[in-house]
Design a protein around this ligand. Structure first.
Ligand code: HEC
Length: 266
């Protein structure tokens, strides 16, 4: 005997299979090529996949009935009491498990993007003072031209500060590969190369060192930076000298207003 059309679960099964295949397709770059699509995008894609499947499968009255009849039957049909009770117990448990997995601590990359070099504030507070970052300069920088001997001395002192405090994370070659570096996410930044301090003004670097990870603005915080708040450990002069050292050692020159204005490529 042919079952009444309404109780045929094939349509509903198809719907589940199609949504599942869509999920596998969106996830596969992450599973097989190590290029995961961000979770927020997967959510968006899945939303469209579900809506598209629903649109197609409910295009006629007949197909709509076919899709929803098994659900209706499950809720209403007296002969399905056992399955109904099982579903009503299992569904909330699955929901609870999904919620638990969302809130338990995880080490996956967060879905938001992180700004490595966020826009600095115009003023910052440290050492019980307020600094205006637009005009702040390294007080020892002028020695480079005015008194090279003293400058060398200051760089050396900065090196001592660095190797007492910073190399654990930023590396003894200033390449960001310190002993503890791998334990942190985001990774401590390298100072070698032209991508980090070479692009920055010393006032920016002073801000980053003195206020550390907790001083970062919101767009840089989805991953918690382990960079310590150095103004609570080091004196102002020590920070400025450490800055002299990291530029000197890596053969980088800080950006300055003068070079930025006078040179097109500065
Ligand atoms: C516990 C590990 C740790 C130590 C120790 C540490 N840093 Fe960092 N530092 C980080 C991490 C992680 C980042 C990247 C995230 C960020 O920008 O806050 C960073 C970022 C920086 C930046 C920003 C670079 C840029 O291009 O934006 C500077 C400058 C810096 N550190 C200097 C120092 C100096 C100088 C010291 C020593 C006085 C030091 N750090 C000690 C972990 C550390």
């Amino acid at each position: 005997m042919k079952k009444p059309d309404g109780a045929n679960p094939a349509k509903l099964l198809w719907f589940v299979v199609i949504v599942f295949i869509a999920y596998v397709i969106f996830k596969s770059p992450g599973w097989f090529m190590n290029k995961p699509i961000p979770g927020s995008l997967i959510m968006m894609y899945m939303f469209f996949a579900v809506v598209a499947a629903l649109l197609v499968m409910t295009s006629t009255d007949e197909s709509t009935q076919g899709l929803f009849a098994p659900i209706k039957a499950l809720v209403e049909d007296p002969s399905k009491k056992i399955i109904r009770n099982a579903v009503f117990v299992i569904a909330p448990i699955v929901g609870a498990l999904i919620t638990y997995n969302q809130i338990k601590p995880g080490f996956d990359a967060p879905v938001e993007l992180r700004a490595t070099h966020p826009a600095p504030p115009t003023i910052m507070k440290a050492y019980d003072k307020t600094f205006n970052l637009a005009t702040l300069e390294n007080p020892f920088r002028k020695l480079q031209t005015e008194n090279p001997e003293k400058f060398k001395e200051a760089v050396k002192e900065g090196g001592a500060v660095y190797f007492k405090n910073c190399f654990f994370c930023h590396g003894d070659k200033l390449d960001g590969k310190g002993h503890f570096a791998q334990g942190f996410n985001p990774l401590p930044l390298p100072f070698q190369g032209k991508d980090t301090i070479a692009q920055l003004q010393e006032s920016f670097v002073f801000w980053r060192i003195s206020t550390g990870g907790p001083g970062l603005p919101k767009e840089a915080t989805p991953w918690l930076s382990a960079m310590p708040v150095w103004h609570t450990f080091l004196s102002e002069d020590e920070v400025w000298k450490a800055i002299l050292f990291i530029y000197d050692y890596t053969d980088n020159a800080p950006r300055s207003w003068v070079s930025a204005n006078s040179k097109k490529d500065g």
